[in-house]
Design a protein around this ligand. Sequence first.
Ligand SMILES: [Zn+2]
Length: 492
Amino acid sequence: MRDCFEVRDYDAAGRIGELTVPRAGVTVETPALLPVINPHLQTIAPSELEREFGAEMLITNGYIFYGSDEYRERALDEGLHDLLDFSGAIMTDSGSFQLAEYGDIDVDTPEILQFQHDIGSDIGTPVDIPTPPDASREQATEELAETETALEVAEGVDVGEMLVNAPIQGSTHLDLREAAAAHAYTTDLDVFPVGAVVPLLNDYRYDDMVDVVAAAKRGLGADAPVHLFGAGHPMMFALAVAVGCDLFDSAAYALYARDDRYLTVRGTKQLADIDYFPCSCPVCTSHEPSDVRERADDERETLLARHNLHVTYAELRRVKQAIREGTLLDLVDERARSHPTMLDGYRAMLEYVDQLEETDPVRKDSFFHTSAESARRPEVLRHHERLDRLPVDGEEILLSEGAKNRGFDATWRLKPPFGPFPRHLSKTYPLTAQVPDRLSREAYEAAADGIARLVDANPGTAFTVAHFDWPESALARLPELPLVDLTEEDAN
Ligand SMILES: [Zn+2]
Protein backbone atom coordinates (compact mmCIF):
# COMPACT_ATOMS: atom_id res chain seq x y z
CA MET A 1 0.00 0.00 0.00
CA ARG A 2 1.41 3.37 -1.03
CA ASP A 3 0.76 5.84 1.70
CA CYS A 4 1.25 9.01 -0.37
CA PHE A 5 -1.97 8.64 -2.36
CA GLU A 6 -5.55 8.07 -1.36
CA VAL A 7 -8.61 7.95 -3.60
CA ARG A 8 -11.72 9.75 -2.29
CA ASP A 9 -14.24 9.41 -5.11
CA TYR A 10 -14.51 7.42 -8.30
CA ASP A 11 -16.43 7.89 -11.51
CA ALA A 12 -15.61 5.43 -14.31
CA ALA A 13 -11.81 5.09 -13.82
CA GLY A 14 -11.57 8.80 -12.95
CA ARG A 15 -10.98 9.75 -9.35
CA ILE A 16 -10.61 12.57 -6.88
CA GLY A 17 -7.63 11.78 -4.72
CA GLU A 18 -5.17 13.21 -2.26
CA LEU A 19 -1.47 13.18 -2.97
CA THR A 20 0.52 13.75 0.19
CA VAL A 21 3.87 15.37 -0.52
CA PRO A 22 5.77 15.06 2.75
CA ARG A 23 8.76 17.20 1.88
CA ALA A 24 6.53 20.15 0.95
CA GLY A 25 4.26 19.48 3.92
CA VAL A 26 1.21 19.69 1.69
CA THR A 27 -1.57 17.47 0.43
CA VAL A 28 -2.56 18.14 -3.16
CA GLU A 29 -6.04 17.33 -4.36
CA THR A 30 -6.08 15.45 -7.66
CA PRO A 31 -6.82 15.66 -10.56
CA ALA A 32 -4.25 18.44 -10.42
CA LEU A 33 -2.53 20.62 -12.94
CA LEU A 34 1.14 21.46 -12.56
CA PRO A 35 2.03 24.61 -14.51
CA VAL A 36 5.47 24.23 -16.10
CA ILE A 37 7.94 26.87 -14.96
CA ASN A 38 10.99 27.68 -17.01
CA PRO A 39 13.22 29.86 -14.80
CA HIS A 40 14.53 31.64 -17.89
CA LEU A 41 11.07 32.52 -19.25
CA GLN A 42 8.50 33.29 -16.59
CA THR A 43 5.27 34.39 -18.23
CA ILE A 44 3.36 34.33 -14.94
CA ALA A 45 5.24 34.29 -11.63
CA PRO A 46 4.83 31.16 -9.47
CA SER A 47 3.59 33.27 -6.54
CA GLU A 48 0.80 34.53 -8.77
CA LEU A 49 -0.01 31.00 -9.95
CA GLU A 50 -0.44 30.10 -6.33
CA ARG A 51 -2.38 33.17 -5.22
CA GLU A 52 -4.59 33.86 -8.19
CA PHE A 53 -5.05 30.47 -9.82
CA GLY A 54 -4.86 28.26 -6.77
CA ALA A 55 -1.92 26.20 -8.10
CA GLU A 56 -0.96 23.70 -5.40
CA MET A 57 1.90 22.21 -7.34
CA LEU A 58 4.22 23.12 -10.19
CA ILE A 59 6.87 21.42 -12.25
CA THR A 60 10.23 22.71 -13.37
CA ASN A 61 13.19 21.06 -15.03
CA GLY A 62 15.91 20.06 -12.58
CA TYR A 63 18.30 19.60 -15.48
CA ILE A 64 17.95 23.27 -16.51
CA PHE A 65 19.01 24.30 -13.00
CA TYR A 66 21.79 21.71 -13.06
CA GLY A 67 23.23 23.11 -16.27
CA SER A 68 22.56 26.81 -15.69
CA ASP A 69 25.39 29.21 -14.76
CA GLU A 70 22.76 31.70 -13.68
CA TYR A 71 20.63 29.44 -11.49
CA ARG A 72 22.61 26.41 -10.36
CA GLU A 73 24.33 27.96 -7.35
CA ARG A 74 21.30 30.02 -6.38
CA ALA A 75 19.11 26.93 -6.44
CA LEU A 76 21.58 25.07 -4.22
CA ASP A 77 21.92 28.02 -1.79
CA GLU A 78 18.33 29.24 -1.61
CA GLY A 79 16.38 26.14 -2.55
CA LEU A 80 13.71 26.00 -5.25
CA HIS A 81 10.86 27.21 -3.05
CA ASP A 82 12.56 30.51 -2.16
CA LEU A 83 14.11 30.94 -5.56
CA LEU A 84 10.78 30.51 -7.35
CA ASP A 85 8.74 32.03 -4.49
CA PHE A 86 6.28 29.14 -4.29
CA SER A 87 5.11 27.42 -1.14
CA GLY A 88 3.24 24.46 -2.68
CA ALA A 89 4.77 21.23 -3.95
CA ILE A 90 7.47 21.36 -6.61
CA MET A 91 8.12 18.48 -8.97
CA THR A 92 11.33 18.40 -11.01
CA ASP A 93 12.16 16.64 -14.24
CA SER A 94 15.54 15.06 -14.86
CA GLY A 95 16.62 16.03 -18.36
CA SER A 96 15.09 12.97 -20.02
CA PHE A 97 13.38 15.33 -22.44
CA GLN A 98 16.73 16.85 -23.40
CA LEU A 99 18.11 13.33 -23.73
CA ALA A 100 15.34 12.45 -26.17
CA GLU A 101 15.77 15.73 -28.06
CA TYR A 102 19.58 15.90 -28.27
CA GLY A 103 20.59 12.28 -27.81
CA ASP A 104 22.90 12.87 -24.86
CA ILE A 105 23.02 14.50 -21.42
CA ASP A 106 25.96 14.72 -19.06
CA VAL A 107 24.35 13.35 -15.94
CA ASP A 108 23.15 9.99 -14.62
CA THR A 109 20.29 9.01 -12.33
CA PRO A 110 22.11 9.03 -8.95
CA GLU A 111 23.67 12.43 -9.63
CA ILE A 112 20.55 14.17 -10.97
CA LEU A 113 18.35 12.72 -8.21
CA GLN A 114 20.83 13.89 -5.59
CA PHE A 115 20.90 17.31 -7.24
CA GLN A 116 17.09 17.49 -7.29
CA HIS A 117 17.12 16.61 -3.62
CA ASP A 118 19.77 19.24 -2.87
CA ILE A 119 17.84 22.07 -4.53
CA GLY A 120 14.76 21.19 -2.47
CA SER A 121 12.57 19.39 -4.98
CA ASP A 122 9.56 17.61 -3.46
CA ILE A 123 9.17 15.04 -6.24
CA GLY A 124 12.23 14.10 -8.29
CA THR A 125 12.70 12.12 -11.48
CA PRO A 126 15.33 9.58 -12.59
CA VAL A 127 16.82 9.62 -16.10
CA ASP A 128 14.40 7.48 -18.09
CA ILE A 129 14.40 6.97 -21.86
CA PRO A 130 11.29 8.48 -23.48
CA THR A 131 10.75 6.18 -26.46
CA PRO A 132 8.56 7.97 -29.03
CA PRO A 133 5.33 6.47 -30.40
CA ASP A 134 5.62 3.97 -33.28
CA ALA A 135 9.20 3.01 -32.37
CA SER A 136 10.16 -0.53 -33.38
CA ARG A 137 9.50 -3.23 -30.85
CA GLU A 138 13.24 -3.83 -30.61
CA GLN A 139 14.02 -0.18 -29.81
CA ALA A 140 11.14 0.09 -27.34
CA THR A 141 12.23 -3.10 -25.55
CA GLU A 142 15.88 -2.07 -25.32
CA GLU A 143 15.10 1.43 -24.09
CA LEU A 144 12.53 0.15 -21.63
CA ALA A 145 15.20 -2.09 -20.11
CA GLU A 146 17.33 1.06 -19.57
CA THR A 147 14.39 2.89 -17.99
CA GLU A 148 13.73 -0.06 -15.68
CA THR A 149 17.38 -0.08 -14.65
CA ALA A 150 17.15 3.67 -13.92
CA LEU A 151 14.15 3.03 -11.65
CA GLU A 152 16.02 0.32 -9.78
CA VAL A 153 19.02 2.63 -9.38
CA ALA A 154 16.68 5.39 -8.18
CA GLU A 155 15.33 3.11 -5.46
CA GLY A 156 18.84 2.89 -4.02
CA VAL A 157 19.48 6.67 -3.86
CA ASP A 158 18.89 8.19 -0.44
CA VAL A 159 16.70 11.21 -1.11
CA GLY A 160 15.08 11.51 2.30
CA GLU A 161 11.43 12.54 2.15
CA MET A 162 11.52 13.50 -1.54
CA LEU A 163 9.03 11.46 -3.55
CA VAL A 164 10.37 9.95 -6.76
CA ASN A 165 8.69 9.49 -10.13
CA ALA A 166 8.71 6.08 -11.80
CA PRO A 167 8.15 6.89 -15.49
CA ILE A 168 6.36 4.30 -17.62
CA GLN A 169 7.63 3.92 -21.18
CA GLY A 170 7.15 1.32 -23.93
CA SER A 171 6.14 3.50 -26.90
CA THR A 172 2.86 2.40 -28.54
CA HIS A 173 3.47 -1.30 -27.74
CA LEU A 174 0.66 -1.86 -25.28
CA ASP A 175 2.00 -5.06 -23.76
CA LEU A 176 5.31 -3.28 -23.09
CA ARG A 177 3.48 -0.36 -21.47
CA GLU A 178 1.56 -2.75 -19.24
CA ALA A 179 4.71 -4.67 -18.30
CA ALA A 180 6.57 -1.38 -17.69
CA ALA A 181 3.79 -0.25 -15.35
CA ALA A 182 3.76 -3.57 -13.51
CA HIS A 183 7.53 -3.31 -13.04
CA ALA A 184 7.36 0.32 -11.89
CA TYR A 185 4.65 -0.61 -9.41
CA THR A 186 6.90 -3.23 -7.79
CA THR A 187 9.54 -0.57 -6.99
CA ASP A 188 9.15 1.58 -3.90
CA LEU A 189 8.92 4.73 -6.05
CA ASP A 190 5.90 6.95 -5.64
CA VAL A 191 4.36 8.69 -8.67
CA PHE A 192 3.82 7.16 -12.10
CA PRO A 193 4.18 9.41 -15.13
CA VAL A 194 3.06 7.87 -18.42
CA GLY A 195 5.85 9.18 -20.61
CA ALA A 196 6.38 10.15 -24.25
CA VAL A 197 2.70 10.80 -25.03
CA VAL A 198 3.23 14.39 -26.22
CA PRO A 199 3.80 13.35 -29.87
CA LEU A 200 0.46 11.50 -29.72
CA LEU A 201 -1.31 14.56 -28.35
CA ASN A 202 0.36 16.89 -30.85
CA ASP A 203 -0.94 14.66 -33.65
CA TYR A 204 -4.46 14.48 -32.12
CA ARG A 205 -4.05 10.71 -31.64
CA TYR A 206 -6.38 10.62 -28.62
CA ASP A 207 -7.37 7.01 -29.30
CA ASP A 208 -3.71 5.93 -29.09
CA MET A 209 -3.29 8.03 -25.95
CA VAL A 210 -6.23 6.18 -24.38
CA ASP A 211 -4.76 2.80 -25.39
CA VAL A 212 -1.40 3.68 -23.84
CA VAL A 213 -2.91 4.98 -20.58
CA ALA A 214 -5.32 2.03 -20.27
CA ALA A 215 -2.38 -0.37 -20.75
CA ALA A 216 -0.36 1.42 -18.06
CA LYS A 217 -3.34 1.38 -15.70
CA ARG A 218 -3.66 -2.40 -16.07
CA GLY A 219 -0.13 -2.76 -14.70
CA LEU A 220 -0.65 -0.42 -11.74
CA GLY A 221 -2.56 -0.74 -8.48
CA ALA A 222 -5.41 1.62 -7.60
CA ASP A 223 -3.17 3.42 -5.11
CA ALA A 224 -0.76 4.58 -7.84
CA PRO A 225 -1.05 8.27 -8.75
CA VAL A 226 -0.76 8.56 -12.54
CA HIS A 227 0.69 11.60 -14.31
CA LEU A 228 -0.02 12.12 -18.01
CA PHE A 229 3.33 13.66 -18.68
CA GLY A 230 3.32 16.71 -20.94
CA ALA A 231 -0.46 16.91 -21.28
CA GLY A 232 -2.03 20.27 -20.52
CA HIS A 233 -4.74 21.07 -23.05
CA PRO A 234 -8.06 21.41 -21.25
CA MET A 235 -10.03 19.83 -24.10
CA MET A 236 -8.70 16.37 -23.21
CA PHE A 237 -8.80 16.53 -19.39
CA ALA A 238 -12.20 14.85 -19.01
CA LEU A 239 -11.19 11.97 -21.29
CA ALA A 240 -7.77 11.48 -19.69
CA VAL A 241 -9.21 11.65 -16.16
CA ALA A 242 -11.94 9.15 -17.06
CA VAL A 243 -9.28 6.59 -18.08
CA GLY A 244 -7.50 7.18 -14.79
CA CYS A 245 -4.99 10.05 -15.01
CA ASP A 246 -4.49 12.13 -11.86
CA LEU A 247 -1.82 14.68 -12.73
CA PHE A 248 -1.27 16.91 -15.74
CA ASP A 249 1.34 19.52 -16.48
CA SER A 250 0.90 22.49 -18.68
CA ALA A 251 3.45 24.39 -20.66
CA ALA A 252 0.64 24.86 -23.19
CA TYR A 253 -0.82 27.92 -21.43
CA ALA A 254 2.43 29.83 -21.98
CA LEU A 255 3.65 28.29 -25.24
CA TYR A 256 0.29 28.83 -26.93
CA ALA A 257 0.08 32.39 -25.62
CA ARG A 258 3.47 33.17 -27.15
CA ASP A 259 1.99 32.06 -30.44
CA ASP A 260 -1.25 34.13 -30.13
CA ARG A 261 -3.29 30.99 -29.49
CA TYR A 262 -6.33 31.01 -27.22
CA LEU A 263 -7.31 27.78 -25.45
CA THR A 264 -10.90 26.65 -25.12
CA VAL A 265 -12.39 23.38 -23.91
CA ARG A 266 -13.41 22.71 -27.50
CA GLY A 267 -9.97 23.30 -28.99
CA THR A 268 -7.54 26.09 -29.80
CA LYS A 269 -8.34 29.34 -31.59
CA GLN A 270 -6.11 31.98 -33.15
CA LEU A 271 -6.51 35.35 -31.49
CA ALA A 272 -6.72 36.89 -34.98
CA ASP A 273 -9.92 34.91 -35.67
CA ILE A 274 -11.82 35.83 -32.50
CA ASP A 275 -14.46 38.55 -32.60
CA TYR A 276 -16.07 37.66 -29.26
CA PHE A 277 -14.41 35.95 -26.30
CA PRO A 278 -16.42 32.82 -25.34
CA CYS A 279 -15.21 33.00 -21.75
CA SER A 280 -16.00 34.83 -18.54
CA CYS A 281 -12.53 34.90 -16.97
CA PRO A 282 -11.19 38.28 -15.74
CA VAL A 283 -9.16 38.75 -18.95
CA CYS A 284 -12.05 38.05 -21.27
CA THR A 285 -14.61 40.11 -19.34
CA SER A 286 -12.39 43.18 -19.17
CA HIS A 287 -11.01 43.16 -22.73
CA GLU A 288 -12.29 42.97 -26.27
CA PRO A 289 -10.35 40.69 -28.65
CA SER A 290 -9.35 43.78 -30.62
CA ASP A 291 -7.84 45.40 -27.46
CA VAL A 292 -5.75 42.32 -26.83
CA ARG A 293 -4.57 42.16 -30.44
CA GLU A 294 -3.34 45.77 -30.25
CA ARG A 295 -1.23 45.25 -27.13
CA ALA A 296 2.59 45.01 -27.24
CA ASP A 297 3.93 41.46 -27.60
CA ASP A 298 4.76 40.76 -23.96
CA GLU A 299 1.51 42.25 -22.68
CA ARG A 300 -0.56 40.28 -25.17
CA GLU A 301 1.31 37.13 -24.25
CA THR A 302 0.62 37.62 -20.55
CA LEU A 303 -3.08 38.30 -21.14
CA LEU A 304 -3.45 35.21 -23.29
CA ALA A 305 -1.46 33.08 -20.84
CA ARG A 306 -3.75 34.24 -18.03
CA HIS A 307 -6.86 33.38 -19.99
CA ASN A 308 -5.35 30.04 -20.99
CA LEU A 309 -4.70 29.20 -17.35
CA HIS A 310 -8.15 30.33 -16.23
CA VAL A 311 -9.85 28.10 -18.78
CA THR A 312 -7.53 25.22 -17.88
CA TYR A 313 -8.19 25.39 -14.14
CA ALA A 314 -11.91 25.91 -14.73
CA GLU A 315 -12.08 22.71 -16.76
CA LEU A 316 -10.24 20.83 -14.04
CA ARG A 317 -12.80 22.04 -11.49
CA ARG A 318 -15.60 21.04 -13.86
CA VAL A 319 -14.07 17.55 -14.13
CA LYS A 320 -13.86 17.23 -10.34
CA GLN A 321 -17.46 18.37 -9.90
CA ALA A 322 -18.51 15.82 -12.54
CA ILE A 323 -16.74 13.05 -10.60
CA ARG A 324 -18.56 14.11 -7.44
CA GLU A 325 -21.90 14.08 -9.26
CA GLY A 326 -21.22 10.86 -11.16
CA THR A 327 -21.51 12.67 -14.49
CA LEU A 328 -17.93 12.40 -15.73
CA LEU A 329 -18.89 10.21 -18.69
CA ASP A 330 -21.55 12.76 -19.69
CA LEU A 331 -18.81 15.38 -19.74
CA VAL A 332 -16.51 13.12 -21.76
CA ASP A 333 -19.36 12.51 -24.19
CA GLU A 334 -19.87 16.26 -24.52
CA ARG A 335 -16.17 17.01 -25.03
CA ALA A 336 -15.93 14.19 -27.57
CA ARG A 337 -18.10 16.30 -29.92
CA SER A 338 -15.44 19.02 -30.16
CA HIS A 339 -13.24 17.18 -32.65
CA PRO A 340 -13.52 13.89 -34.58
CA THR A 341 -10.28 12.68 -33.00
CA MET A 342 -11.73 13.31 -29.53
CA LEU A 343 -14.66 11.10 -30.51
CA ASP A 344 -12.12 8.45 -31.51
CA GLY A 345 -10.55 8.82 -28.08
CA TYR A 346 -13.92 8.40 -26.37
CA ARG A 347 -14.79 5.35 -28.45
CA ALA A 348 -11.36 3.87 -27.75
CA MET A 349 -12.02 4.38 -24.04
CA LEU A 350 -15.32 2.51 -24.28
CA GLU A 351 -13.37 -0.50 -25.59
CA TYR A 352 -12.02 -0.72 -22.03
CA VAL A 353 -15.47 -0.76 -20.46
CA ASP A 354 -14.41 -3.69 -18.23
CA GLN A 355 -11.61 -1.57 -16.78
CA LEU A 356 -13.92 1.41 -16.27
CA GLU A 357 -16.62 -0.73 -14.71
CA GLU A 358 -14.32 -1.98 -11.94
CA THR A 359 -14.35 1.39 -10.21
CA ASP A 360 -17.54 2.94 -11.55
CA PRO A 361 -19.93 3.65 -8.63
CA VAL A 362 -22.93 1.33 -8.40
CA ARG A 363 -25.27 4.22 -7.58
CA LYS A 364 -25.35 7.65 -9.16
CA ASP A 365 -28.01 10.34 -9.29
CA SER A 366 -28.64 10.29 -12.99
CA PHE A 367 -27.78 8.76 -16.33
CA PHE A 368 -28.59 10.82 -19.40
CA HIS A 369 -28.56 8.71 -22.51
CA THR A 370 -27.46 11.37 -24.98
CA SER A 371 -25.54 9.59 -27.71
CA ALA A 372 -24.99 6.28 -29.48
CA GLU A 373 -21.88 5.86 -27.32
CA SER A 374 -24.00 5.91 -24.14
CA ALA A 375 -25.08 2.36 -25.04
CA ARG A 376 -21.52 1.19 -24.34
CA ARG A 377 -21.14 2.74 -20.90
CA PRO A 378 -20.07 0.70 -17.85
CA GLU A 379 -23.58 0.87 -16.40
CA VAL A 380 -24.92 -1.07 -19.39
CA LEU A 381 -22.20 -3.69 -19.11
CA ARG A 382 -22.87 -4.05 -15.39
CA HIS A 383 -26.58 -4.54 -15.96
CA HIS A 384 -25.84 -7.23 -18.56
CA GLU A 385 -23.56 -9.00 -16.09
CA ARG A 386 -26.33 -8.83 -13.50
CA LEU A 387 -28.73 -10.54 -15.91
CA ASP A 388 -26.68 -13.73 -15.41
CA ARG A 389 -27.64 -13.74 -11.74
CA LEU A 390 -31.14 -12.25 -11.50
CA PRO A 391 -33.68 -14.86 -10.35
CA VAL A 392 -36.37 -15.55 -12.94
CA ASP A 393 -39.83 -15.99 -11.42
CA GLY A 394 -41.74 -18.34 -13.71
CA GLU A 395 -41.59 -20.63 -16.73
CA GLU A 396 -43.02 -18.20 -19.29
CA ILE A 397 -41.82 -14.62 -19.12
CA LEU A 398 -42.77 -11.66 -21.28
CA LEU A 399 -40.04 -9.06 -21.85
CA SER A 400 -42.00 -6.01 -22.92
CA GLU A 401 -41.56 -2.37 -23.84
CA GLY A 402 -45.32 -2.05 -23.32
CA ALA A 403 -47.48 -2.72 -20.29
CA LYS A 404 -49.63 -5.72 -21.13
CA ASN A 405 -49.25 -9.13 -19.63
CA ARG A 406 -51.16 -11.70 -21.66
CA GLY A 407 -51.21 -14.65 -19.33
CA PHE A 408 -47.48 -14.95 -18.76
CA ASP A 409 -46.08 -15.92 -15.38
CA ALA A 410 -44.42 -12.52 -15.21
CA THR A 411 -43.73 -9.46 -17.32
CA TRP A 412 -40.30 -7.89 -17.19
CA ARG A 413 -39.69 -4.40 -18.47
CA LEU A 414 -37.57 -3.91 -21.55
CA LYS A 415 -35.63 -0.68 -21.86
CA PRO A 416 -32.89 0.13 -24.38
CA PRO A 417 -29.93 0.28 -23.97
CA PHE A 418 -30.09 -1.95 -20.86
CA GLY A 419 -32.45 -4.68 -21.98
CA PRO A 420 -34.78 -6.63 -19.67
CA PHE A 421 -35.25 -6.28 -15.91
CA PRO A 422 -37.90 -7.22 -13.33
CA ARG A 423 -40.36 -4.39 -12.61
CA HIS A 424 -39.29 -3.96 -9.01
CA LEU A 425 -35.89 -2.69 -10.22
CA SER A 426 -37.49 0.12 -12.27
CA LYS A 427 -36.66 2.79 -9.72
CA THR A 428 -33.03 1.76 -9.20
CA TYR A 429 -29.92 3.13 -10.89
CA PRO A 430 -29.10 2.89 -13.78
CA LEU A 431 -32.56 1.77 -14.93
CA THR A 432 -33.84 5.23 -14.00
CA ALA A 433 -31.80 6.58 -16.93
CA GLN A 434 -33.37 9.38 -18.94
CA VAL A 435 -33.58 8.06 -22.47
CA PRO A 436 -34.70 10.02 -25.55
CA ASP A 437 -37.69 8.78 -27.61
CA ARG A 438 -35.61 8.77 -30.78
CA LEU A 439 -32.93 6.27 -29.91
CA SER A 440 -29.94 5.23 -31.98
CA ARG A 441 -29.61 1.74 -33.44
CA GLU A 442 -26.81 1.03 -30.94
CA ALA A 443 -29.19 1.38 -27.98
CA TYR A 444 -31.54 -1.32 -29.35
CA GLU A 445 -28.58 -3.55 -30.19
CA ALA A 446 -27.28 -3.27 -26.62
CA ALA A 447 -30.78 -4.11 -25.30
CA ALA A 448 -30.88 -7.15 -27.61
CA ASP A 449 -27.52 -8.28 -26.20
CA GLY A 450 -29.04 -8.03 -22.72
CA ILE A 451 -31.94 -10.25 -23.79
CA ALA A 452 -29.54 -12.79 -25.29
CA ARG A 453 -27.63 -12.86 -22.05
CA LEU A 454 -30.77 -13.44 -19.96
CA VAL A 455 -31.97 -16.21 -22.27
CA ASP A 456 -28.57 -17.84 -22.17
CA ALA A 457 -28.51 -17.83 -18.36
CA ASN A 458 -32.02 -19.40 -18.13
CA PRO A 459 -32.27 -22.27 -20.59
CA GLY A 460 -35.38 -23.69 -18.86
CA THR A 461 -37.48 -20.54 -19.27
CA ALA A 462 -39.58 -19.56 -22.31
CA PHE A 463 -39.16 -15.86 -23.11
CA THR A 464 -41.27 -13.73 -25.45
CA VAL A 465 -40.12 -10.26 -26.56
CA ALA A 466 -42.62 -7.45 -27.15
CA HIS A 467 -41.01 -4.40 -28.73
CA PHE A 468 -41.92 -1.20 -30.53
CA ASP A 469 -40.54 -1.61 -34.05
CA TRP A 470 -36.93 -2.43 -33.21
CA PRO A 471 -34.44 -2.14 -36.06
CA GLU A 472 -33.47 -5.30 -37.92
CA SER A 473 -29.86 -4.99 -36.70
CA ALA A 474 -31.11 -5.40 -33.11
CA LEU A 475 -33.59 -8.22 -33.84
CA ALA A 476 -30.81 -10.10 -35.64
CA ARG A 477 -28.86 -10.28 -32.38
CA LEU A 478 -31.67 -12.06 -30.53
CA PRO A 479 -31.74 -15.81 -30.04
CA GLU A 480 -34.65 -17.78 -31.54
CA LEU A 481 -37.77 -16.67 -29.59
CA PRO A 482 -41.34 -15.41 -30.20
CA LEU A 483 -41.51 -11.72 -31.11
CA VAL A 484 -44.44 -9.32 -30.86
CA ASP A 485 -44.21 -5.93 -32.56
CA LEU A 486 -46.32 -3.66 -30.35
CA THR A 487 -46.54 -1.00 -33.09
CA GLU A 488 -48.49 -3.44 -35.25
CA GLU A 489 -50.69 -4.45 -32.32
CA ASP A 490 -51.58 -0.80 -31.66
CA ALA A 491 -52.51 -0.32 -35.30
CA ASN A 492 -54.96 -3.22 -35.17
ZN1 LIG B 1 -10.94 33.98 -20.68
